[in-house]
Design a protein around this ligand. Structure first.
Ligand code: TXE
Length: 466
């Protein structure tokens, strides 16, 4: 959990995961520096919360424009520090704009006071007040998406934000700060602080008004325990072991295999809602596996700066050992290796896209989060068996069914104890609906009306004219 790219205690060394070259050495935030920043944010938040929602939205819209104007340079930075293939970096930057469109369309309505009783002796209304100064401790896999889900919504709602990017996406975090300030967000309303888990720990000990975290279950649990005594809002967006079931009635098995493979391997499998295990009806299993393997073989693996590349390096080097362990465990328990199964020799954190078949739920690859270019496929003989296998997990982020029959799919999806379910699609996030995890996948929701209400506290007014 606490593996640092640190060389000494005062600097954070950023390496390019594609070639191990050092691309930057950043000064780490000091404990004294953090205290000063927090005092300033406390002051800045008071003024920020007095401004209108429209005024705050205007700054966010301007920020979005600046991000788009500079997207080539920003995508290059993201690719350099995380290894995300350049086309996927550009897609992420472009796609994350839909959060801003969503806020523009809805924020004023959702943050306005609500009158519940407008006649009679006692009037009643709700006013939504910001939480105050909140901490956003964030992840590296989709820094635009998961960052925007928190800090843009928090800012529009009138909060000040202390943003700690992952140590694997620190350069991108600094770009967020630069363009937010350029867009008119005061320097004492949003601050990005650079550091690793030790800085994260100091933030947990600081007097924040809310904690919003994206990352691993282990760190999320640690944060929940550490801040519990403060009784401030806490949201955790953690990982998953998301299941996909391909039923025997899919119209086009090849297309199902292509979609499933994309859901599993996009961003090198490093997505919270990546497809992490696949259950396939025995009636189409052989054909599905053949099509799936053909599709994965077609992926271009290599230099993430090349627009043709679909699979770049893993962002974090330690992940290769975890993937090797999952492969060995699966083979030991009877799985068959159809593709990959090991790291690619040479520079960088490259791992062969890996397909294991004849899997079952005793295997780590079907139970523990992989977060890499690896998938386990299991044959099932009925919907009931598929439901039982899909539900046999400690996680609860998403579940998907591919089927031609809507009623059949709905019956299965209703059984899923997950925050999100998909019919004939997967690995998808939309600002219109809440993003939430159950069980080990997290606590609370971002996006949608829930996602903005997460950053305010209701005040109930009972008003009686005498
Ligand atoms: O996560 P961490 P890492 C999962 C995925 C991945 C694994 C490890 O399986 O392989 O987590 O990734 C900060 N107090 N996900 O190491 O450690 C840390 O500095 C306060 C799934 O990146 O959870 C970083 O900013 N903060 C996930 C953030 O926590 C601490 C996305 C995340 O780090 C801290 C990312 C501490 N004691 C990883 N220790 C998803 N939901 O998609 C660390 N941090």
């Amino acid at each position: 959990m606490l593996l640092y790219t640190m060389q000494d205690n005062s600097t954070l060394v950023i390496k390019n995961p594609a070639n191990d070259e050092i691309i930057a050495t950043l000064p780490k935030e000091t404990e004294a520096g953090l205290q000063t920043i927090l005092q300033n944010l406390r002051q800045g938040q008071k003024n920020w919360s007095q401004r209108t929602v429209q005024d705050r939205l205007d700054c966010i819209v301007k920020f979005g424009e600046l991000i788009l104007e500079n997207k080539q340079e920003l995508a290059a930075i993201l690719t350099q520090e995380t290894g995300k293939p350049i086309t996927q970096s550009l897609n992420e930057i472009q796609g994350a704009q839909n959060r801003i469109v969503h806020l523009q369309a809805n924020a004023i309505q959702w943050l306005s006071e609500e009158s519940l009783v407008e006649t009679g002796p006692t009037l009643e209304k709700i006013v939504y007040e910001p939480l105050g100064v909140i901490a956003n401790i964030s992840a590296w896999n989709f820094p635009y998406n998961v960052g925007f889900n928190v800090f843009l919504y928090a800012l529009v709602a009138g909060n000040a934000v202390l943003y700690k990017p992952s140590e694997y996406a620190a350069l991108t975090g600094l770009q967020f700060e630069k363009y937010l300030h350029e867009a008119g967000i005061p320097t004492d309303v949003f601050r990005c602080v650079i550091g690793d888990g030790r800085l994260g720990q100091q933030i947990l000990e600081a007097p924040m008004d809310g904690y919003f975290f994206t990352g691993s279950y282990a760190t999320g649990l640690h944060i929940a325990k550490a801040v519990a005594h403060k009784l401030v809002p806490l949201q955790l967006e953690l990982g998953g072991k998301d299941a996909l079931y391909v039923s025997d009635d899919v119209v086009d098995v090849k297309q199902a295999a292509i979609s499933a493979a994309e859901g599993a391997f996009y961003n090198n499998g490093q997505s919270c809602c990546a497809v992490e295990r696949i259950y396939v009806s025995d009636k189409i299993y052989e054909q599905f596996v053949a099509d799936f393997v053909t599709e994965v073989k077609s992926y271009v693996v290599g230099d993430p700066t090349d627009i043709k590349t679909f699979i770049g390096p893993l962002t974090r080097q330690p992940q290769t050992a975890l993937l090797n362990e999952q492969v060995a465990d699966a083979l030991d328990k009877g799985a068959q290796l159809k593709l990959g199964g090991k790291e690619i020799a040479g520079q960088g954190n490259f791992y062969y896209p890996t397909v294991l078949i004849e899997c079952d739920n005793r295997m780590k690859v079907m139970q523990e989060e992989s977060f890499g270019p690896i998938i386990g496929i299991q044959k099932v003989s009925s919907d009931e068996e598929a439901i039982a296998c899909m539900q046999d997990t400690e996680y609860g982020l998403t579940a998907a069914v591919f089927s031609a029959n809507e009623q059949r799919a709905m019956r299965i999806l209703k059984e899923m104890n997950t925050g999100t379910v998909y019919w004939n699609c997967c690995d998808r996030v939309s600002p219109n609906v809440p993003w939430s995890g159950r069980k080990k996948s997290g606590l609370g929701a971002t996006l949608s009306i829930q996602g903005i209400r997460a950053f305010v506290q209701p005040k109930a007014y009972h008003l009686r004219k005498l």
